[in-house]
Design a protein. Structure first.
Length: 337
């Protein structure tokens, strides 16, 4: 289960790589407890999602270490994605070589990862955590930094820059990138507390770039789980089958909207798929006539009762049953079904 389970053609440049969670109560070795998550009991997976919401290269890392442990220990998890892009480019003509840009969370961001991207002529926008080396740099780069201001440090050997932005009073965004520019732009901010308002502040271009693409995996995971039913005590085969049914539905929904230029919601697309499947799978409906079981008095016509052992003459006939019978016999037959 740790190998790649899904490999689809890559058509776009900007790629977000992050973890997703499959909520499950299954007695599975892949399930783990992660506090602070919307679904803390979940099967974790890694996936790459491009700027058009298309997913590929799902892996199941089975990582027992802390989520924000030393990121250099998790380098192999990102190496699998770098290798994928490198091998893909080898199959293409030189003129079609794509400058892929990775957007990666602080769980995996490190100098070694940036070195790996630089060696393979790939780009990265990496969010840096406090556990990233060199740790002594963080207290220095955050010192005397006013709210909404930023510092930047160049790293010539990797053609990269380290940018530290003070986004809130006690929140600092640290990004290591060899792709984004450091020019100043006007960035829209939203105040969520009362009174809610919008305002513009001066910001570094890398901050806007990172915020625009970092949540692609979270958006995919939310779309997959939108109609996912959390079941209890299922084995691995059933759990993963259900997950991939929903994942491929989201993939086909994305592809359908991209090819047709439409903007169907996921619910509208699922209804269309079910309607087409019903035509192919279900038998055509057969016309049915609703028969009414009701004794009808036939006037002067008589007949022997057809319900054994009664053989009396009777004047009642049930059109639905197509039988003659005494009134009591017909009522008894209808009550007994």
């Amino acid at each position: 289960m740790s190998e790649s389970h899904l490999s689809l053609r890559v058509c776009y440049r900007k790629i977000a790589v992050d973890e997703g969670g499959l909520p499950s109560w299954a007695n599975s070795k892949y399930r783990k407890y992660t506090p602070g998550k919307p679904h803390p009991n979940a099967i974790e997976y890694l996936v790459a999602v491009d700027e058009n919401f298309f997913a590929f290269n799902i892996t199941w890392p089975q990582d027992d270490s802390k989520k924000y442990d030393d990121p250099e220990k998790k380098l192999d998890q990102m190496r699998a994605y770098v290798t994928y892009f490198v091998e893909y480019d080898k199959q293409q003509l030189p003129r079609s070589k794509q400058p892929y840009i990775f957007y990666i969370d602080s769980r995996w961001a490190s100098l070694k990862l940036m070195e790996l991207l630089h060696e393979n002529q790939l780009f990265g926008v990496l969010s840096c955590g406090e556990n990233m080396r060199p740790k002594v740099l963080w207290s220095w780069i955050k010192a005397d930094l006013a709210k909404y201001d930023w510092w930047s440090i160049g790293l010539p050997r990797l053609s990269a820059n380290l940018v530290c932005v003070r986004t809130k009073d006690k929140v600092y965004l640290k990004i290591l990138t060899n792709y984004c520019a450091l020019k100043e732009i006007q960035y829209k901010k939203r105040k969520r507390k009362f009174p809610m308002t919008e305002f513009y502040v001066a910001a570094c271009d890398v901050q806007k770039e990172y915020n625009a693409f970092k949540c692609k995996v979270d958006q995919l995971n939310k779309a997959v789980l939108e109609y996912f039913r959390l079941s209890r005590y299922l084995d691995d085969k059933v759990t993963f089958t259900q997950f991939f049914i929903h994942l491929f539905t989201v993939q086909s929904w994305t592809y359908y909207n991209a090819c047709t230029g439409r903007s169907l919601s996921q619910l509208e697309y699922r209804v269309l798929v079910l309607q087409e499947l019903a035509v192919e799978i279900l038998p055509p409906p057969q016309p049915s006539v609703l028969a009414v079981h009701w004794p009808k008095h036939m006037g002067g016509r008589t007949h022997n009762c057809q319900y054994s052992p009664c053989r009396n003459n009777c004047t009642y006939f049930c059109i639905a049953c197509e039988k003659w019978g005494c009134l009591k016999c017909l009522e008894k037959a209808h009550l007994n079904g």
